[in-house]
Each structure stands twice: as structure tokens, then as C-alpha cells.
Ligand binder design. Structure first.
Ligand SMILES: Nc1ncnc2c1ncn2[C@@H]1O[C@H](COP(=O)(O)OP(=O)(O)OP(=O)(O)O)[C@@H](O)[C@H]1O
Ligand SMILES: [Mg+2]
Length: 268
């Protein structure tokens, strides 16, 4: 990959406390253009909290977030979405009673052309269905019977696919995926990995949180290791093996920047 300048998304010194629990303890993060940044770490390391801060789902107690170099203050996930950051949360944010097409277009429904749409606010259902079908086909979710099927009747993996399709279709600056393959079978998991690569190759940088080391090492350009609420270091699939990454993650080995030089930056 090429070295390209300044981060699209950057966090500096984020802190989030829940009473006496410190979920994020001075965490930094940089996401560069055109990369897949994996975030790994043990349970409770603060990965989900970190990306919730980046996506407006929680407001950090301290620290700063920059999008394209400008400081942002997201108060809600809607703020982050409006700024182009599309997130799939670990606890899936789908509306179970709505169908697949409605879920894909939730919050950004398309209106009918002309006065029907602008004056009467009528939804363009047939267009949304056709587009939803295309997005799901792009994702290779061929097992869906009917795009009008309520999401509550889908399997866990199919729901996850709907959420990933939504983020890939609508993210305009950054796509963030928290454990997108956790509920998926081997075939579906591989399709989501391919979709993540496609999103990156279309020019959108992706943050991928995963416990699945083979997946991480397969797709990540860089790997941010989160430990005890902060970034321990950043490595790449070339600089470290999976077992070395796990050793840093669990504290069995010191992070490499305590041994030699600084964390890996893009292009290295
Ligand atoms: N809403 C909350 N209230 C209280 N404590 C919280 C809350 N959310 C997170 N925490 C705590 O903050 C810490 C970090 O949690 P977080 O969900 O960010 O971890 P994680 O790295 O995503 O873990 P996992 O791999 O299990 O998903 C944990 O100790 C957790 O118990
Ligand atoms: Mg989590």
C-alpha cells in the first residue's frame, strides 16, 4: 500500500469512564486513506467503546476526534452518519419488525419523484426494494427468499449481512465494522471479507474489529492492538505473526514499540 498523508479519522487521548470502570483509558487511533485497519484486543479491552466514541454512540469524557483533520464533536450516531461514518455495531442495530429494504434505507428513505415525494412525502418503495435487492446480491446473500421479509425472521448471519450491506452502501468516508463475521458461517464470512476489501478498493477506509485472527491477518493493512483501554501498538500482518500479535494483546509480550522504534505507520 502507499503512504498517503494524513489520517481520515484520528482519535487522540480518548477517555471514557463508567463509574469506576475505565472503558477507554487515553486511547489514540489513526485511520489512513485506502486502508483496512483491524482493531484487536481481549474481551473488555475497550474496542467497542473506542469505535462507539468514533461513531457518536458515546461521548468521550476526554480527548479529541478529527475527521479529515477537522475536530468533530459527535453527539449521536446520526451526527457521525451525516459526516460519512457508517458503523455496524457489535449488538446489531437493525429494526427487527421492518423488512430488509426498510432496514437498508432506515433514516434515509427515498421519496417518489416530483410532488408525490416532495409534497406528499411518499416513499419510493419499488426503487428502494430494487436497490436493496442489488445491494444484497452484491454481498452474495443469495439465500434470502424475499427482500420484503421482516428482519426478525432472518437468521443471525443474514441479519449481520443486512447490516454490513447497509454500511457498505452508505458509508461515504469511513466504514466501521464491530465483529461483522462473528455470527457468520465460513462461506458468508468469506463473502463479508471480500466485501470489506471491495469497500477499501472503492477508496473507503475500513475499521474492522475482530477476534478472528485468520480473518484479521487475511485482510488488514495494519493492526491496532488495544489493551487495557488503550492502544498498545500498531503492527502489520507482515511485521508480526498471529501468535506474536496474541502475545502483545494478552500482555505476554511487551508491545514492539517498547523494544524498537515507533509503531508501524502506513507504507512500511
Ligand atoms: N455501558 C457500560 N457501562 C458500564 N461499563 C461498560 C459499559 N460499556 C462498556 N463497559 C466496560 O468497559 C470495558 C470495555 O468494554 P468494551 O465493550 O469496549 O470492550 P471490547 O474490547 O469491545 O470487548 P469484547 O471483545 O468483549 O467485545 C469493559 O470492562 C466493560 O465492562
Ligand atoms: Mg466489543
Amino acid at each position: 500500500m502507499t503512504t498517503n498523508g494524513s489520517p481520515v479519522l484520528q482519535a487522540k487521548g480518548l477517555v471514557k469512564r463508567y463509574g469506576r470502570v475505565v472503558a477507554i483509558d487515553g486511547s489514540d487511533l489513526e485511520l489512513y486513506p485506502g486502508e483496512i485497519l483491524a482493531v484487536i484486543g481481549d474481551n473488555g479491552a475497550g474496542k467497542s467503546s473506542l469505535i462507539k466514541a468514533l461513531s457518536g454512540a458515546l461521548i468521550p469524557d476526554e480527548g479529541q476526534i478529527f475527521l479529515d483533520g477537522n475536530q468533530v464533536h459527535f453527539r449521536t450516531p446520526m451526527d457521525a452518519r451525516a459526516a460519512g461514518i457508517e458503523t455496524v455495531y457489535q449488538t446489531l442495530a437493525v429494526a427487527p419488525g421492518l423488512d430488509i429494504a426498510d432496514n437498508l434505507f432506515l433514516g434515509r428513505e427515498e421519496r417518489k419523484p416530483g410532488a408525490l415525494g416532495s409534497v406528499f412525502r411518499m416513499l419510493d418503495r419499488s426503487r428502494m426494494r430494487a436497490e436493496a435487492k442489488q445491494h444484497m446480491a452484491d454481498l452474495g446473500v443469495g439465500t434470502l427468499q424475499n427482500i420484503g421479509q421482516a428482519v426478525e425472521s432472518l437468521s443471525g448471519g443474514q441479519r449481520q449481512a443486512v447490516a454490513v450491506a447497509r454500511s457498505a452502501a452508505f458509508g461515504s468516508k469511513v466504514v466501521i465494522l464491530d465483529e461483522p463475521t462473528a455470527a457468520l458461517g465460513v462461506k458468508e464470512g468469506n463473502r463479508v471479507l471480500q466485501l470489506i476489501r471491495d469497500v477499501r478498493d472503492r477508496g473507503l477506509p475500513v475499521i474492522l474489529i475482530s477476534h478472528n485472527m485468520p480473518h484479521v491477518f487475511e485482510v488488514a493493512d495494519r493492526i491496532h492492538i488495544q489493551r487495557l483501554g488503550r492502544r498498545a501498538t500498531v503492527i502489520t500482518p507482515k511485521s508480526h505473526s498471529m501468535s506474536e500479535a496474541v502475545a502483545i494483546m494478552t500482555g505476554a509480550a511487551p508491545p514492539p514499540d517498547q523494544q524498537v522504534g515507533a509503531a508501524v505507520s502506513p507504507g512500511e
